[in-house]
Design a protein around this ligand. Structure first.
Ligand code: GLA
Length: 397
């Protein structure tokens, strides 16, 4: 993906729109979506993940107001909300604005004083594709709100505030992965995060490969409710296992041996969920080692195993994702393919030899359309940088 030209377009578009709407020059922030290479449904189990930021952004243009209001205009929904700051009265409205107003609410709850502000939001991360459009809105809003209010809050803390906004304001009990990578992403690198300690390490993605994203074009309605249910099932597994293993706090603390020895304490469903998490954590750590030693075949193998485990043990895949992976497995140049993100639709991530990436994307997309009648969008990319204030001079360079 060419990163220079679209960024310039994004900056100009949003700055012009802000000027037209609020009659002032804004400062422009942006935060990327992400793709997860491996480590799915492990973040809220205190486990390990290996995501990368991608070059699709949520752009937020911001400018000051004289009063204590926060006015947020959404370019996509052509809708505006206005809320009073410093009143302690910010409440969810169950609309698009909860992602940004929720961040303001959590910042205020944390004791941070925000200035009155106009925001214009323009999101380009595909919605419902499992590429974290929500996190990109939260993170871009968080940077804009804090920097324009003269607050300096560390990126990791800010990622946590965004996650809380989604947990408490939007009602999706997501883990920390999406907000964290949107804040901390780095070009050409994936990020290995320990979701308990929040320690992280970058791993270079070799020039010889591309990350190919294939969007199934479907998002099943169940997704939100089923996600929270998976989280409860993991919590249930921990509660049951804690009867025999009193020191444990999360599935992260359980070894495969312990899980087998105490499996009779668990319902069949809780056992399957926990087994996925235990194995997936191990795949992330082994996968990280494989990437570091340049063993792409081995990494690809872990990706394939991860998909099967998400399909059979965690049960968050769907026929369209399974088909997309199956079609990918027939192409040359593929190291590994799996669903990415929460599941129940959305996209797959494919690690593909750079030379083969374009024909790979074309063949998979055609075969998928032929089989399902659904158009498939594909993106050939490399990891991008995390959220930032964007100066026009910087992108015009
Ligand atoms: C969604 C959530 C993340 C993570 C993934 C599954 O993207 O927002 O926190 O749990 O699903 O790995």
């Amino acid at each position: 993906m060419d990163t220079l030209y679209p960024n310039m377009t994004g900056w100009k578009t949003i700055a012009e729109k802000f000027r037209a709407k609020f009659d002032a020059n804004p400062r422009v922030y942006r935060a990327p979506g992400r793709v997860n290479l491996i480590g799915e449904h492990t973040d809220y189990n205190d486990g390990f993940v290996l995501p990368a930021a991608i070059g699709f952004y949520c752009w937020v243009a911001a400018g000051p107001r004289r009063d204590d209001k926060l006015v947020v205009y959404s370019d996509e929904f052509r809708d505006q909300v206005e809320v009073g700051l410093s009143t302690g009265a910010l409440r969810p409205s169950r609309t698009w604005s909860d992602y940004s107003v929720g961040v303001a609410a959590q910042l205020e709850k944390g004791g941070f004083k925000l200035s009155g502000m106009n925001l214009l939001i323009h999101g380009e991360v595909p919605i419902g594709a499992g590429l974290s459009s929500s996190a990109s809105i939260e993170v871009a809003t968080a940077l804009a709100l804090t920097q324009e209010s003269g607050l300096s809050i560390g990126r990791t803390q800010l990622a946590g505030i965004c996650q809380q906004a989604e947990n408490e304001f939007v009602g999706m009990r997501c883990g920390i992965m999406d907000q964290f990578i949107s804040m901390h992403g780095r070009a050409n690198r994936a990020l290995m995060l320990d979701c308990r300690s929040l320690q992280f390490e970058f791993v270079p993605i070799p020039e010889s490969v591309r990350l190919v994203i294939c969007n199934t074009g479907v998002k099943h309605k169940l997704a939100g409710g089923e996600y929270n249910r998976r989280r409860e099932e993991c919590e249930e597994a921990v509660r049951s296992l804690a009867k025999a293993l009193p020191g444990i706090h999360a599935v992260r603390d359980v070894s495969r041996e312990q899980l087998e020895v105490h499996s009779e304490l668990l319902s069949e469903v809780a056992y399957k969920r926990a087994l996925h998490v235990v194995n997936e954590n191990e795949r992330v750590l082994n996968g990280m080692e494989a990437l570091q030693t340049g063993d792409l075949q081995r990494f690809g193998q872990y990706m394939s195993e991860s998909h099967l485990s998400l399909r059979d043990l965690f049960e968050v895949s769907c026929p369209e994702l399974d088909l997309m992976v199956e079609l990918a497995n027939r192409q040359s140049g593929l190291y590994g393919a799996r669903m990415t993100g929460g599941g129940f639709g959305g996209a797959t991530i494919n690690l593909v030899d750079a030379q083969c990436a374009a024909p790979f994307a074309e063949s998979v997309s055609k075969a998928y359309r032929d089989k399902t009648g659904i158009a498939c969008t594909t993106h050939v990319c490399m990891p991008a940088d995390g959220a930032s204030l964007v100066e026009p001079a910087e992108i015009a360079r």
